[in-house]
Write a protein that binds this ligand. Sequence first.
Ligand code: GLP
Length: 234
Amino acid sequence: MKIIRVQDQIAGGQTAFSIIKDAMEKNKLNVLGLATGSTPLSLYDQMIHSSLDFSDVVSINLDEYVGLPAENKQSYHYFMQEQLFKYKPFKKNYLPDGLAKDADRECKRYDEVLATHPIDIQILGIGQNGHIGFNEPGTPFDSLTRKVELTASTIEANQRFFEKKEDVPTHAFSMGINSIMQSKQIILLAYGKAKAQAIKAMIEESANENCPASALQHHPEVSVIVDHEAAMLL
Ligand code: GLP
């Protein structure tokens, strides 16, 4: 893993953007894997304000809450639309369908999307408990897309986006650890001291399923972009 320390979230967004820009200029970005949460917003801001044209690029998101329609303001469909897609059109945007009635079929469909569109660069944030996508601690490293139950700590952490805790969905569809590991290149972003413990476990502990992000130690091309607070325990 290549650790890149930056001043703050703005600088982190600029650093991640320059990696994406470089790949685009070399015609090496056909499929971009995207993440939600507050962390990638400075990157999306850079993309929006750039002259880069993503209309030949396919995007694939990591996850979506089960039970939320695309119009729901807390859904990841809505988030992506508002934070990126309405400003920068892509060739096609893929996200899991939170309303899919048949979960197994939806997961299979998503794995087929991933098989036909191998991800060139995957953007990741990280949960305070080390989750990536919605792969909570204990997720097998060979996991593919599936329906997952969110942990109490993730529900707690994501509560800030909802009016009340009861509104936070209890399940999500998420790409698995193995699906993420298939990406040719990965950029993981983390800012703030709430992420420091997860960053330490991801980098310094031997890879184990209690810290899902530690699987990335086995990936050949990972850039970890961290501010001083997220890196403070390293
Ligand atoms: C959610 C998402 C993750 C994201 C995490 C951290 O759980 N499923 O992909 O990395 O939140 O969110 P934030 O960036 O807001 O800290």
